[in-house]
Write a protein that binds this ligand. Structure first.
Ligand SMILES: [Fe+2]
Ligand SMILES: [Fe+2]
Length: 171
């Protein structure tokens, strides 16, 4: 479905959250390896684009204007999700007995993260709104970058995870 034009930043990001929640719900109900794998791939694509545009555009705009601890936790939560996303993207459903569990744990992590962003009053988005960021201008940049990255990831595949907060451990 094409994005509505001229969405403000928070509307766009919340719409992404709803899209991915719907995909997780479909995954839970899905049967058949092929269908599950397709849905998992879609979830990974959506989340990869979403976390990239937040980290490139939205989070930096929040810097100095929202609770610093909350913002830092957001980056760490993204990194934790990127590891599972990389794992899920690499897995073949039939040969990984933990495939469904990985998707489930990713879903739980994302639910928590979305809550931290959307919580009323104290969530990241509420704080950003109170700080009077230019949500229309940010929305335009997010939408443009989202389109660009979605096309790139669809043709080239998901990139190797770029971790923002974790450098000391390799597995
Ligand atoms: Fe988000
Ligand atoms: Fe996020």
């Amino acid at each position: 479905m094409p994005e509505a034009k001229n969405q403000d930043a928070i509307a766009l990001l919340k719409q992404d959250h709803r899209t991915v929640e719907e995909l997780f719900a479909q995954f839970e109900k899905a049967s058949g390896e092929g269908r599950k794998e397709r849905l998992a791939r879609e979830i990974c694509l959506e989340l990869s684009v979403h976390s990239a545009i937040e980290e490139e555009i939205f989070y930096p705009a929040c810097e100095g204007k929202v609770d610093d601890e909350l913002l830092k936790e957001s980056y760490v939560e993204h990194d934790a999700a990127k590891l599972l996303i990389a794992e899920i993207s690499a897995a073949e459903g039939e040969s990984d007995e933990f495939f469904d569990s990985k998707v489930k744990v990713l879903q739980e992590e994302i639910e928590h993260h979305v809550q931290e962003e959307e919580r009323r009053e104290t969530g990241l988005f509420s704080q950003a709104r109170k700080a009077e960021l230019d949500m229309d201008a940010l929305g335009e940049r997010l939408a443009a970058r989202k389109q660009e990255l979605t096309e790139r990831f669809k043709t080239e595949g998901l990139p190797k995870p770029q971790l923002t907060t974790m450098a000391d451990v390799s597995v």
